[in-house]
Write a protein that binds this ligand. Structure first.
Ligand SMILES: [Zn+2]
Length: 133
């Protein structure tokens, strides 16, 4: 069975630019960064995505994401940072092991986030109905 690439990175079977790790998380540089310092934060246990990871583990993970953002703010001297996470093929998830991207932003870094659209017809009201709790 082919083990996922992030699990292999955690085990040290594939070299990664590790920044640090602890009992729960592994933190390393993305080798194809959006910007200088683009970091990935992953749980050491394999969970596929946001639906798969238990709430308690997610809590630990997102707190670590905040620590990485603070680290970037303090050490890279940035004040603007994108944090995102992808679930599934259509969302662009390339490795099926949940991971958060922490991307420091710089003046004129020319990184563009996804283009935005507009609702048409009654779709806006329909979506609100569907998603309102
Ligand atoms: Zn994995």
């Amino acid at each position: 069975m082919n083990e996922c690439i992030f699990c292999r990175i955690i085990k040290g079977q594939i070299l990664a630019h590790k920044l640090y790790e602890n009992d729960n998380v592994f933190v390393f540089l993305d080798i194809n960064p959006y910007t200088r310092g683009h970091t990935l934060v992953i749980p050491k246990k394999h969970y596929q995505d946001i639906f798969d990871i238990p709430d308690k583990e997610l809590e630990i993970l997102i707190k670590e994401v905040k620590k990485v953002a603070e680290l970037q703010r303090d050490k890279l001297k940035v004040k603007d940072i994108n944090i995102f996470q992808r679930n599934g093929l259509l969302a662009g998830q390339e490795v099926d092991h949940i991971h958060f991207h922490v991307v420091p932003r710089y003046e004129n870094d020319e990184v563009e986030m996804l283009p935005r659209g507009q609702y048409t017809g009654k779709d806006f009201e329909e979506v609100i109905k569907l998603l309102t709790r």
